[in-house]
Ligand binder design. Structure first.
Ligand code: SF4
Length: 544
């Protein structure tokens, strides 16, 4: 300001300002096919289960790859040091984890030039009303500031569908790539879901995690070696020469993944391992659904104050958020906008005749998206069945929109859009949980909007227990005690539910069990409306 005032009379002042150079995106060299055998793709930011299965899928496609370490508070500080101020903390955490990884490589003796040449970072990109669209450039700015100028950041656009191929580039965002990503996500989602359901009841601490680790290790090997049968390979070659239709080839590949042993064996393997564990289902645990901003609700790290573990340590059972839900949301948004466009045009015959061509185009788009949605659900439910239908089914996106529409315009995108509201209502009103916790980075715009709306939801629905937490890495004790306050209410709710059930059915617990060591019991999810406590379900089963 002083500089501005002192120079205000200086004739050259404005001229000097005008000559400041416009920002230009630094030139970045592509990751070329010729570098395939020497370049490692690094990625991270998901749960370790999702990351290991993704790694297997990438390796199966012929890429060298590695996973970033789980982001911690040190990563947050590194991110803040090198990136611009005022950004969302998922950038700081994930960028910091990347720099830590690169520094470790350097410390192991690999020169910086080689690191820049032989490693690339892969992440999802998007343009949007919130700050997600700036992540890519922030990574580049931060890498430049940290001395890794020229380090390549590769983006696949989450809204641009299943084919983003650029011929000369090594990383092909094609059907094979996305089919494997989806397969890894679905498998990791359902395994994760089931582990979260049974871990709180294990008698020997760590036994469910051990079983999960062993299944994920097996899944890693399965996904890494999976191969198309020779007929699909031959048809792929024909399709490359355009002698066979690509969509038919895609269909065959989908059918193959649906039935292949390598995928189908994984849920079965986990079930087998869970059956060997002893549980105590009479522990009364309130069920807590985690929602919030995409990264903050997913990560199992300092990035969300390790909230999943914190809740479990404080006697809660957690419902984690499946990544597949996010994919369903992206599909839904694109279909919904098309639906609106068509219904708007149906308001007058003039509009109808004027826009007939584009209406047909959007209609075809809707049909394609519908097919993709159905396929996604089909796969998810197929693997759920292999796990005795224990994992929660994916909520219908139309239902989530319908529930939240009164409070949040579904056309407002960015972050989780209307999903935070929709999920809070869906899980609470369908009695699928006792409490909802929303995790959000400091200053996250879409989550802050949802929080603002939440007070009217709480006014309209006595049944909703809700806590919202900012995961900025500061005030941790305050955040934990806020969670505990709501969790105590949820515990009270769960305890009342149990006592009422015992009283109503005149049950003497000692008569229906020999102590508190129980064998595995499949808690199936069938649109539950009444009792959700595992202890009640277990007693109901013992009485039948
Ligand atoms: S959703 Fe929130 S945290 Fe994520 S990029 Fe947007 S503003 Fe930032």
């Amino acid at each position: 300001m002083r500089d501005c005032v002192e120079n205000i009379d200086d004739d050259n002042f404005f001229a000097k300002k005008r000559h400041k150079q416009h920002y230009k995106r630094p030139i970045e060299y592509p990751f070329k096919e010729s570098e395939l055998k020497t370049t490692t793709i690094i990625f991270g930011g998901l749960t370790w289960k999702h990351e290991i299965l993704l790694k297997a899928s990438f390796e199966n496609l012929g890429y060298l790859c590695d996973i970033l370490p789980n982001p911690d508070f040190e990563s947050l500080q590194i991110g803040k040091e090198f990136c611009d101020p005022g950004l969302c903390n998922p950038v700081y955490f994930t960028f910091g984890a990347l720099i830590k990884y690169l520094k470790k490589l350097e410390a192991s003796g690999i020169p910086k030039e080689k690191i820049i040449k032989n490693y690339v970072y892969l992440t999802a990109g998007s343009c949007g009303p919130c700050r997600f669209g700036m992540y890519e450039s922030q990574f580049r700015i931060g890498l430049n500031n940290a001395g890794y100028t020229g380090f390549r950041v590769i983006i696949f656009q989450q809204n641009e569908g299943l084919d983003q191929v650029k011929e000369e580039y090594a990383l092909k965002f094609n059907h094979d790539f996305f089919l494997r990503i989806l397969g890894s996500f679905i498998l990791a989602d359902i395994l994760n879901d089931v582990a979260y359901q049974y871990r709180p009841y294990e008698i020997e601490t760590g036994s469910v995690d051990k079983a999960l680790k062993e299944t994920i290790d097996k899944a890693y090997l399965n996904l890494k070696i999976i191969e198309y049968p020779s007929i699909i390979k031959k048809l792929s070659k024909l399709a490359e020469k355009q002698f066979f239709p690509n969509y038919l080839l895609l269909l065959l590949k989908i059918v193959y993944f649906y039935y292949c042993k390598e995928y189908n064996d994984i849920p079965k393997d986990f079930l087998k391992r869970l059956k060997r564990i002893n549980y105590n289902f009479f522990k009364i645990k309130p069920i807590v659904k985690v929602t919030g901003e995409f990264w903050a609700q997913t990560t199992e790290s300092d990035g969300n104050l390790n909230m999943h573990r914190f809740l479990e340590q404080n006697n809660a059972q957690v419902i984690p958020e499946p990544l597949s839900n996010w994919i369903m949301y992206i599909l839904h948004q694109s279909r919904y906008i098309k639906q609106l466009y068509i219904s708007n045009n149906f308001k007058s015959t003039k509009l109808l005749s004027k826009n007939a061509k584009s209406i047909i185009k959007e209609l075809v788009g809707i049909i394609i998206i519908r097919i993709l949605e159905k396929l996604m659900m089909l796969f998810y439910n197929h693997f759920r069945k292999k796990l005795n239908k224990i994992p929660f089914s994916l909520p219908s996106q139309d239902k989530l929109r319908f529930l939240s529409k009164k409070y949040y315009n579904p056309l407002i995108e960015g972050g989780e859009g209307h999903l935070e509201i929709g999920k809070t209502l869906y899980y609470s009103l369908n009695n699928l949980c006792h409490m909802v916790i929303s995790l959000k980075p400091f200053g996250c715009m879409p989550s802050t909007m949802s929080d603002g709306i939440m007070s009217s939801i709480l006014n309209h629905n006595n049944n909703v227990l809700f806590s919202s937490i900012e995961t900025g890495g500061e005030g941790i004790i305050n955040m934990y005690s806020r969670v505990l306050m709501t969790l105590n209410e949820a515990k009270e709710k769960a305890k009342n539910e149990f006592e009422q059930f015992i009283k109503k059915n005149n049950i003497d617990i000692n008569q229906i069990t020999n102590g508190y060591k129980h064998n595995f019991f499949p808690f199936r999810k069938k649109g539950e409306k009444k009792n959700i406590l595992f202890s009640i379900k277990y007693i109901e089963k013992s009485l039948n």
